[in-house]
Design a protein around this ligand. Structure first.
Ligand SMILES: [Zn+2]
Length: 334
């Protein structure tokens, strides 16, 4: 029987090797804080590392795919594995922003049940920074009375947002961001050409998984179409609602990314910085600095205004940001 296995990425090897070595030496800690720079595929990462630790015969960091643990984990029926993450709120139908205390209480209850198999019992929480204080405290109590053969895996992008009391109880593992070369190699291995890979990696600020996702969404095309609409808007040839229509034709996350990228580019330009972070030939004058300051303020404001997903006001907020941008850019400097 073929089972569907989660994916491992080359830049995760170091942490996976460490996890497996600790298991083989019988030195796995009770709790691990796994830090990753990318929130893309956090789910895959958590599942992969768990399966690797449960698999009876992993080969060179690959899962065997045929043992009891591999088969049951793939089918989602392995009793000694629990995963807690953000859920859709039954009332608001929106993705909840926090991991709820009831979820943590249920998890703690499961952790105290007798193990069904002779392997480890693994509990994963991600994104761990989405736990509120009472959830973190409840978890902390569990760590003070450890159960044998249990591994708690907290996956996070922001360990700093997890209470230090909880953090200090965990062994810290970090997945370093993939370097440029490795990212490009991986992206081209997925079937793209080198030029496209480089372009998307830049769009994704160096995150290869995000680059892949953007590529699948045809982001470059969206950028081109948005750029020409924006130019028309700034020159008075398009209304703000027409521009928003263009922006909102795809996923909200893509629209937000387009706006963030645009504002960042204008800020860089106004501050006399090129896109690689180096300075351009001409330093801005004092009046240009005031424009740069306004753009930086707008960038910050836009980040807050456009934060909410599925916000009914999203279009209004978007229009507000775009009108402000036009005002700043078209104001005469003197
Ligand atoms: Zn296996």
């Amino acid at each position: 029987m073929d089972v569907e296995l989660p994916t491992m990425f080359p830049w995760q090897r170091e942490v996976l090797e460490r996890a497996l070595a600790l298991k083989q030496e019988n030195r796995l800690p009770q709790a691990v804080m796994l830090e990753t720079a990318s929130d893309y595929q956090m789910d895959d990462l958590a599942r992969y590392i768990s399966m690797l630790l449960l698999c009876d015969q992993p080969q060179n960091l690959s899962l065997c795919g045929i043992c009891e643990a591999c088969r049951m984990m793939s089918a989602g029926t392995y009793a000694d594995f629990s995963l807690v993450t953000l859920e859709v709120d039954t009332k608001s139908k929106k993705m909840s922003k926090n991991i709820k205390i009831e979820q943590i209480r249920n998890l703690i209850h499961e952790l105290h049940l007798t193990r069904k198999y002779s392997r480890l019992k693994i509990a994963v929480i991600y994104p761990a920074e989405a736990m509120n204080k009472s959830s973190a405290n409840a978890l902390l109590k569990t760590l003070e009375e450890p159960a044998a053969g249990v591994l708690l895996l907290l996956v996070t992008r922001n360990p700093g947002r997890i209470p230090i009391t909880l953090r200090s109880r965990c062994q810290s593992w970090t997945i370093d961001p993939a370097d440029q070369q490795a990212s490009l190699e991986w992206l081209t291995d997925q079937g793209g050409d080198a030029k496209t890979a480089a372009q998307y990696l830049q769009y994704a600020s160096g995150d290869p998984l995000l680059a892949m996702d953007l590529q699948q969404q045809n982001y470059a095309q969206r950028v081109d179409s948005f750029k020409s609409s924006l130019t028309a808007f700034l020159r008075g040839g398009k209304s703000v609602s027409e521009l928003c229509k263009n922006l909102l034709s795809g996923e909200v996350s893509v629209s937000r990314r387009l706006i963030e990228m645009t504002l960042k580019a204008y800020c860089y330009k106004a501050c006399g910085i090129d896109s690689t972070g180096g300075s351009t030939a001409s330093m801005p004058s004092t009046v240009e600095w005031s424009r740069a300051q306004e753009l930086l303020d707008l960038q910050r404001r836009a980040q807050q205004q456009l934060q909410e997903e599925n916000n009914l006001d999203f279009q209004l907020q978007l229009e507000d940001v775009l009108i402000s941008l036009k005002q700043i850019l078209t104001r005469r400097l003197n």
